[in-house]
Design a protein around this ligand. Structure first.
Ligand code: N2P
Length: 352
């Protein structure tokens, strides 16, 4: 009898040890995404539904993301590169080819946008579109008079109103900054010809007199608090600030703008691929994608989610501009080695 009791007790203790072991062995998914680019409640829901931990880190440019995933000892499972960087990562054999069978919500995606995504990821082999958007100018109405904005051109950045005031910023992003200058002069944002880059450099030299810094994050606090009066900004980030503060405005310049698509990819080096697939599929669920699009104020490539959006988001022309505006925009393409010419123009401008 006593023997029996000892065996039972030992059994119970063993079960306890196994269960507490399970708890500490909870799986962890490492996500690396742009800042302010997800509804944090979705992360909690995912953790709960999958009994796992999400370690979430953020970046503010594709270049920083690339440097970190190449050099970091920390390894990430899921990353959100823009289209041109999907091509770069795929060419470097860093991406896991996606198994559609594990992505039951894939049919929710808009076929037209999937087709567009094929320009950087043929066959949609490695990436799933996450959000798309455009870049424009955010400003504080108290600090920038309506007459200055009325021109609605990228060249507002050269307006004498800003001279010697140190109140304007641009993104820390070569493609966006040089791209804005190229578009303002009537060139394609992907044009790396000598002629085009000479014109862009000249424009940037003029704008630069008014630019305090090239930074992709600080404008989100500094335009609302008045430190910065106007900033080149991603549309969703600007709209998130505007929702909190009616004194802020945002324009998509009349000449056109950059058009980008950011995407979910699983890194080949991921040691947690099953959980990574679950995360992609979770974000592609129509209701989750709707919640995420409403929170971030970026345009969703998820058709099922798009159909369910609140009308004020769906009809917001700063998120979903009319065809006539989109026709003036340029998708940021991967330029291979020619990217060096754009980087050189940007580095020179930043140096002065
Ligand atoms: C999110 C910015 C993402 C847009 N804060 C850049 N592609």
């Amino acid at each position: 009898m006593r023997k029996m009791l000892i065996i039972m007790l030992t059994g119970l203790i063993l079960i306890g040890v196994v269960f507490s072991g399970c708890k500490t062995k909870q799986r962890t998914l490492y996500i690396f995404n742009w800042s302010d680019y997800i509804d944090p409640e979705l992360l909690q829901q995912f953790e709960k539904a999958n009994n796992c931990k999400v370690k979430y880190s953020t970046y503010d440019s594709n270049e920083n993301m690339l440097t970190k995933i190449k050099s970091s000892r920390e390894s990430f499972d899921v990353v959100f590169p823009s289209g041109d960087h999907v091509s770069i990562l795929a060419a470097a054999s860093m991406l896991e080819p996606l198994d559609r069978k594990k992505l039951s919500n894939f049919p929710n995606l808009d076929p037209t946008l999937l087709k567009m995504a094929e320009s950087f990821d043929p066959g949609n082999q490695y990436s799933v579109p996450y959000f798309w958007g455009l870049t424009g100018l955010i400003y504080h109405k108290k600090n920038v008079p309506a007459e200055v904005i009325a021109d609605s051109s990228w060249n507002i950045l050269a307006n004498p109103y800003f001279n010697a005031k140190n109140r304007v910023t641009m993104l820390d992003d070569a493609r966006e900054v040089v791209g804005a200058a190229l578009i303002s002069k009537g060139f394609d944002l992907n044009d790396t010809s000598e002629n085009a880059l000479k014109a862009a450099s000249e424009v940037l030299a003029v704008w630069d007199k008014n630019i305090t810094q090239y930074d992709s994050d600080s404008y989100k606090n500094e335009v609302p608090d008045g430190t910065t009066w106007m900033a080149q900004a991603y549309n969703g980030d600007a709209l998130q600030q505007m929702a909190e503060n009616p004194e802020l405005g945002f324009i998509l310049p009349k000449e056109g703008s950059s058009l980008w698509m950011d995407n979910m990819v699983i890194l080949k080096s991921s040691s947690n691929k099953d959980l990574a697939y679950k995360f992609l599929d979770f974000l592609m669920d129509a209701e989750n994608a709707r919640i995420n699009a409403q929170y971030t104020q970026y345009a969703t490539p998820n058709k099922a989610a798009g159909d369910m959006l609140d009308p004020e988001i769906k009809n917001n022309v700063l998120i979903y501009p009319p065809r006539s505006y989109l026709d003036k925009c340029f998708m940021i393409k991967s330029l291979g080695d020619k990217i060096k010419a754009i980087d050189t123009v940007f580095e020179k401008i930043k140096m002065f």
